[in-house]
Write a protein that binds this ligand. Structure first.
Ligand code: HEC
Ligand code: HEC
Length: 350
């Protein structure tokens, strides 16, 4: 249902993209009065393209706690070198602050580490949308020789030797640690990482003072420029595949002389399906907590959020937008930060 709704919003949004591009009044002109009139019009005329995050279906607290422990346990990787939390840092925005992830053996991966917060709500996983379920994605990353390089026999024997794990699994599943139990616990923990009470969601639920007038103006710009045609729904993204860059010349794929790895990553979903129509197709990322997850894009090419917004305007809307509007949109994007229930607010990695 959620996915069907997301698709519908996406289709409606994309059909209206030309309208956004042609309509004259998205740059908010000059006067503050005109600006607030536009904000008021947008509020009353448009169906709300973003909805508040709904919490995960309830799971036993013991299952979530087991998942939390596994998520931070290095024994899930070859040589006990990395845990999920080494790359998806829970005290930060759920990413690692690097351009691209660094797997076991210290090898740089092809892709930037996406945030783990709200990730379960995406309709497909990874930048190329190459997994349909969280469990399939998680298993692949555990076994990927470049990322965690592990195997089920080694994971399960390490967990089986630990008396606490053995007791925990027996209590929850009535048996020794096994693949399904590990994936169920990891999944329950990831679903608990829903940042459902951020300021923007409180605003959407009717608390108009939860965001400042400038942030609200930024939101109106985000809508009127057409950013919402791709970034919408509960996760403000995560429910569509789109070409990047959409508008040549836009941003040339990876500046300078790209390495072979970078050129491969820039081909997007094509490297999964081999179909030419999938060239440079990426899953639109969620913008939840985006102010905490620099650097940006599949290869981390944009160091700051204003830079990323400016590049989006050029490559996805086909036009530059004034710096003052970029600043307001960035202000709006900061309202999308939030903490999962019971966790301290995340910080940007210094
Ligand atoms: C070495 C760093 C690293 C480690 C360790 C790691 N990940 Fe990731 N994770 C990544 C990268 C990079 C991606 C993006 C991969 C891609 O797009 O192909 C990713 C993607 C994901 C996604 C998809 C997010 C989305 O928005 O689609 C999930 C979910 C995820 N990881 C969960 C986990 C779990 C659970 C673990 C531990 C079992 C883990 N990761 C360990 C680097 C890491
Ligand atoms: C036509 C679809 C489309 C439109 C319109 C669009 N985006 Fe995006 N956006 C994407 C895609 C696809 C990506 C991922 C690009 C990549 O693969 O690196 C993305 C990535 C981003 C990112 C980086 C997220 C991250 O975690 O790295 C930000 C920030 C962003 N968009 C903001 C915006 C803003 C602001 C606008 C309006 C000015 C906008 N987008 C318009 C499709 C779109």
């Amino acid at each position: 249902m959620r996915n069907a709704f997301g698709w519908l919003l996406g289709v409606v949004g994309l059909l209206s993209l030309p309208f956004f591009l042609l309509a004259g009044d998205h740059g908010f002109g000059v006067s503050a009065g005109a600006r607030s009139a536009v904000v008021a019009r947008l509020r009353s005329e448009w169906p709300e393209p973003i909805s508040p995050l709904s919490p995960a279906p309830g799971a036993r607290a013991e299952l979530v706690a087991l998942g939390a422990r596994l998520f931070s346990d290095r024994r899930l990787s070859a040589g006990a070198s990395l845990s999920c939390a080494s790359c998806h840092r829970l005290e930060a925005g759920g990413g690692d602050g690097r351009r691209r992830g660094v797997g076991i053996n210290g090898e740089e991966l092809l892709f930037n580490v996406p945030s783990i917060f709200n990730a379960w709500k995406n309709y497909r996983y990874n930048w190329r949308g190459n997994f349909a379920t969280l469990e399939d994605q998680n298993e692949a990353i555990l076994l990927d020789p470049h990322v965690m390089g592990s195997s089920w026999p080694s994971i399960l024997s390490a967990l089986g030797r630990d008396l606490d794990y053995a007791a925990g699994f027996r209590e929850l599943f009535g048996e020794a640690p096994d693949r399904n139990g590990v994936l169920a616990a990891l999944g329950a923990f990831q679903r608990s990482l829903t940042t459902q009470d951020g300021r923007f969601d409180r605003y959407l639920r009717g608390e108009t003072g939860a965001i400042t007038p400038e942030e609200e103006e930024g939101y109106a710009l985000f809508r009127s420029y057409g950013c919402v045609s791709c970034h919408q729904g509960e996760n403000v993204g995560g429910n569509l595949m789109q070409r990047f860059p959409l508008f040549p010349p836009g941003l040339a794929p990876t500046e300078g002389k790209p390495s072979r790895a970078a050129r491969t990553a820039d081909l997007g979903r094509f490297t999964v399906t081999g179909r030419s129509e999938d060239r440079q197709l990426f899953r639109v990322p969620s913008l939840r907590n985006v102010a905490l997850t620099a650097p940006y894009f599949h290869d981390g090419r944009a160091a700051t959020l204003p830079e990323a917004v400016g590049e989006m305007a050029a490559s996805q809307l086909g036009r530059p937008i004034p710096d003052s509007d970029v600043q307001l949109i960035v202000k709006f994007l900061t309202t999308l930060s939030g903490a999962p229930p019971g966790r301290p607010p995340a910080n940007q990695i210094p």
